[in-house]
Design a binder for this molecule. Structure first.
Ligand code: SF4
Ligand code: SF4
Ligand code: SF4
Length: 410
């Protein structure tokens, strides 16, 4: 792995898991970020959080198609193959080892004179964040293009899904590498990547070389801006927080309950400190149900996704790497701990640093792929950074029956 600056790692890292399967595309997250951070003059086209419909949507338009194409052409030019070696799988490389070129390595090989492969989107590419919203792939069979069979797993015949995107607060941020002013830095206390507005001169090198296109130029200030990970909340300075770290605005408002956000401990050598009681660590490193977006770019993004179950696997493997099949398998028939932990999404605005599970009775038993799968009504309990209980939920949702005298008369 090639990077312009010497190794230096934060003590903790801002991490989130987005469960694509649950997203309803309501854009509440997008609105919450806009209302909090980007409501001023010059920020009209800025959506630090956006939710785009895949496979066609993208903000800016076709951002991933373009960078994937550049990376592919780079491999063809130097005669290399962008492939994964699954035999290198281990604790710190849960999905195997990528043996192709990252965007920084490709820039070096091609002698571009830049830190990373990239391009500067034109103004019109930023103009329609909901471009192709809710547009599915074409369905060829059936009368009038309507399926008579309905949709079945494992892969739907026509499909789309929502991809929720914020800055990945990357371990090796291409934006920071690209900045000639050294205006972009990664915070020691939580790994959040910020742009120092007093140093930025608006050269837009970060806009050009962030492969996720999450740094954006503001014409009124002539500087670039990006998602700040709602750092006052992460620092516990929000009035609601009681001095403990809180999840960000876009996470906390999500009605689909798809987002879980927290901090993981980082060792001096940059590896994740083993902590299976941390919910993020458990989902990403123990169960491996959540995967990084386009890991082949090489920036080591810290937003992880539970892939959608109904989408063709080759598309998902290109987007989330070789861990897709295993992640979907584990999510589809979750272990007892995973099923309980999935209830913790959006149960509290406070970051959960530790979870425990109280075992409950067996409530369901079904056969799946020739194997028995059992569901228990366990209870998951979440604790904040001070060890206080902040969430308690059971797998089976509590039901309340209204007494006859209070029946809704509408
Ligand atoms: S996603 Fe882009 S803007 Fe965010 S840290 Fe990574 S390279 Fe920088
Ligand atoms: S973390 Fe905060 S700043 Fe970043 S996209 Fe979400 S709401 Fe916006
Ligand atoms: S608020 Fe949640 S459910 Fe709604 S679009 Fe955003 S991530 Fe999806």
């Amino acid at each position: 792995m090639e990077y312009v600056y010497p190794e230096a790692h934060p003590q903790k890292q801002f991490v989130a898991v987005f469960n694509i399967n649950r997203c309803i595309g309501c854009q509440t997250c997008t609105g919450a970020c806009k209302a909090t951070w980007t409501f001023s003059k010059g920020q009209e086209y800025m959506w630090w959080n956006n939710v785009e419909t895949k496979p066609y949507g993208g903000y800016p338009k076709y951002w991933d198609v373009k960078i994937l194409q550049m990376l592919d052409e780079a491999h063809q030019t130097v005669g290399k193959e962008a492939k994964w070696n699954p035999s290198g799988t281990g604790e710190q490389s849960p999905y195997g080892v990528y043996e192709g070129m990252t965007i920084t390595e490709a820039a070096t090989e091609l002698n571009t004179g830049q830190q990373a492969l990239g391009y500067l989107p034109e103004d019109h590419e930023w103009s329609a964040p909901n471009f192709y919203e809710d547009t599915s792939t074409k369905y060829k069979g059936g009368r009038l293009g309507i399926s008579e069979e309905g949709a079945t797993l494992p892969v739907h015949q026509t499909w789309f899904f929502y991809l929720q995107r914020i800055c990945n607060h990357c371990t090796y941020p291409a934006c920071a590498a690209a900045c000639p002013r050294k205006a972009i830095y990664k915070r020691q206390e939580d790994g959040i990547v910020l742009i120092d507005q007093s140093r930025c001169r608006g050269y837009r090198k970060c806009v050009e070389q962030c492969p996720y296109k999450k740094s954006m130029y503001r014409g009124t200030t002539h500087t670039s801006e990006k998602c700040v990970a709602c750092y006052p909340r992460v620092e516990g300075k929000d009035p609601l927080s009681d001095g403990v770290p809180m999840e960000t605005r876009c996470m906390a408002v999500c009605p689909g309950k798809i987002r879980l956000n927290g901090l993981v401990d980082i060792a001096e050598d940059g590896t994740w400190v083993e902590d299976p009681q941390n919910p993020l660590y458990y989902l990403i490193r123990v169960e491996k149900v959540a995967l990084p977006l386009y890991p082949q770019f090489g920036t080591e993004p810290n937003i992880y996704y539970i892939p959608p179950r109904w989408v063709p696997r080759p598309y998902l493997r290109q987007m989330f790497g070789p861990g897709v099949d295993e992640a979907i398998e584990r999510y589809s028939a979750p272990s007892r701990t995973l099923l309980a932990l999935l209830q913790l999404f959006r149960a509290t605005q406070k970051m959960v640093f530790r979870f425990e599970i109280e075992e409950g009775p067996l409530v369901r038993e079904v056969e799946r792929n020739g194997q028995v799968w059992q569901m228990y009504n366990d209870t998951v309990i979440g604790f904040d950074s001070k060890g206080n209980e902040v969430a308690r939920l059971s797998v089976v949702e509590q039901m309340h029956e209204r007494p006859p005298e209070r029946l809704n008369s509408i």
